[in-house]
Design a binder for this molecule. Sequence first.
Ligand SMILES: NC(=O)c1ccc[n+]([C@@H]2O[C@H](COP(=O)([O-])OP(=O)(O)OC[C@H]3O[C@@H](n4cnc5c(N)ncnc54)[C@H](OP(=O)(O)O)[C@@H]3O)[C@@H](O)[C@H]2O)c1
Length: 269
Amino acid sequence: MEWIQLENGVKMPRLGLGVWQSGVMTEQAVLWALEAGYRHIDTAAMYGNEEAVGRAVKKSGLPREEVFVTTKLWTDDVRRGRARDALMESLRRLDMDYVDLYLIHWPAEGYRKAWEDLTDLYHEGWCRAIGVANFEADYLDALSGVSDMKPLVDQFESHPSFANQPVLDACLARGIAPVAYSPLGKGKDLAGNDTVKRLAKKYGKTPAQITLRWQLQRGFTVIPKSADRGRIAENAQIFDFKLRKKDMEAMAALDEGRRLSADPHDFPF
Ligand SMILES: NC(=O)c1ccc[n+]([C@@H]2O[C@H](COP(=O)([O-])OP(=O)(O)OC[C@H]3O[C@@H](n4cnc5c(N)ncnc54)[C@H](OP(=O)(O)O)[C@@H]3O)[C@@H](O)[C@H]2O)c1
């Protein structure tokens, strides 16, 4: 495992398990991941599985401080100015007294006020770090001066067919740790791509491992989702090899600018 130190000194593991749409498998998937060495779980109020994440962390027997837990403030709660109540509800569902990272899930109207509230919650100790998701450079800039904090993390879509380099550059220039969501492109076409297949053969790795490694070397933390024990373990074997420069370039050439998720400037929820 590798860690990245956020600007406030908190260390975030560079591999996490995403649990969006893990459904009834969530508790089991988190347990498998913790067994396989993951120490970072990415959930959200909107995923409806915070209880299962909390149960799994307890059942694992690991000390709470060894697992980095992220959850997120949903858009309805941003619009209604409910950040404080929403975080307390998340903590009740997780059965935890703090989260490691609390994110504004999307830049819904009211996100500047939400940022002020997250800053207060951070200073009160309810979250060890705060950040945003789906924020592009203009949204990041709109937060400057809102409080005495800037986002420590920005989580956004990035995978081979949507590298999202401008947002990655915006984060790196601002000292914000970038986290890639849907790093496997939701698993679609992964094994079918000739470049990825060729590199998998060359390095003796799987297409998923090549894809995740490419993201790590670009500077991302990755949070692949899987509810399958074998694939959860597979996705963790990414710290024991390094892609060469020309292979990084071959991966970058797969970018088609094709999003799989909503556009942060036009989302209907
Ligand atoms: N902030 C946001 O707005 C936002 C949006 C989307 C996602 N996220 C977060 O990011 C996480 C990951 O994104 P995602 O779930 O959209 O997509 P993803 O991680 O790119 O892909 C998940 C899909 O890939 C499959 N898969 C996993 N490992 C594989 C492997 N080794 N080989 C082949 N297929 C594999 C999974 O199937 P199996 O389960 O069957 O293995 C699943 O169908 C989410 O779970 C969530 O925590 C955040």
